[in-house]
Design a protein around this ligand. Structure first.
Ligand code: BEZ
Length: 264
């Protein structure tokens, strides 16, 4: 199970919700719409959506994230819930998700539940890590473990980074009409000289859970050494993020599919 440090997340990784900002524009929340934020984290984008007058609710599998979200935004309703356990029907005009679906390794169940939660004509607007996301970081983790003769446990890989075609066909199989879908590179700056190390501490828990603290430190340093020539410039780490972004409609009659690079 993934555990999260909500404080570290807010202090060092607020870029996650900052980059998500333009996804809210794509969602275009309307006054009084009922919207569900799946994988809401510490609630910043749910709050932004609420400022448009929409009735937003947030769910997240991490109880720590939900506690932090509820403290920051007491007027919004948040629930600790895994999206595979979301069993509601015809409740929302829109479902929104930023940087969360790639943590959900049962995509068919998640997509089915989101489809069910939407009203007819409702929209599913989301962005997640797609095929190729953080490929260099994953490579560096594998290579470091190999160099230190530490076991790399494939089943502990916590992410799902699908291709555009794969996720589109899953959406369509669930009954969605995919209005827009795009896979694009979005190099992402990591705050400060320790940006990569902080990222690893925050996000590589699952992959390194069988290691001692000393071994983890060795891995962090080795990853920094391996990635520095390519991903550290002018005192700034940049991670090789690739985003899959889409708008899918529940039973909408329009069937136009635009699958080309997305430009901000
Ligand atoms: C992402 O947003 O792409 C991501 C964040 C943390 C770990 C893996 C991927």
């Amino acid at each position: 199970m993934t555990t999260w440090n909500a404080n570290l997340y807010d202090q060092k990784h607020d870029f996650v919700s900052k980059f998500g900002g333009s996804l809210v524009d794509l969602l275009a929340p309307q006054k009084n719409e009922r919207i569900l934020d799946v994988g809401c984290g510490t609630g910043d984008l749910a709050h932004e959506i609420a400022t448009h007058g929409a009735h937003i609710q947030g769910i997240d599998a991490s109880h720590d994230m939900i506690i932090a979200a509820q403290q920051k935004y007491p007027d919004i309703t948040f629930h600790t819930m895994d999206a595979t356990a979301l069993h509601i029907t015809n409740q929302f005009e829109a479902v929104f998700s930023n940087a969360a679906l790639h943590w959900m390794k049962q995509p068919d169940a998640v997509i089915k539940n989101i489809y069910s939660a939407l009203k007819q004509g409702g929209r599913f607007v989301a962005e997640m890590g797609g095929h190729g996301n953080i490929a260099s970081i994953v490579w560096a983790l594998q290579k470091s473990m190999e160099d230190f003769k530490l076991p790399y446990i494939e089943e502990d890989f916590p992410w799902y980074f699908p291709t555009l075609e794969e996720y589109q066909s899953k959406l369509e199989a669930a009954g969605f009409t995919v209005e827009m879908i795009s896979l694009y590179e979005r190099p992402t700056p990591l705050q400060g000289e320790d940006g990569l190390r902080n990222w690893l501490v925050m996000f590589s828990n699952n992959l390194l859970q069988h290691l001692s603290d000393t071994e983890k430190e060795q891995i962090y340093s080795k990853c920094e050494q391996l990635l520095k020539p390519m991903f550290y410039q002018d005192h700034q780490w940049v991670a090789d993020y690739c985003r899959l972004r889409f708008v899918a409609i529940k039973n909408n009659i329009h069937t136009t599919v635009i699958s080309r690079p997305f430009h901000k």
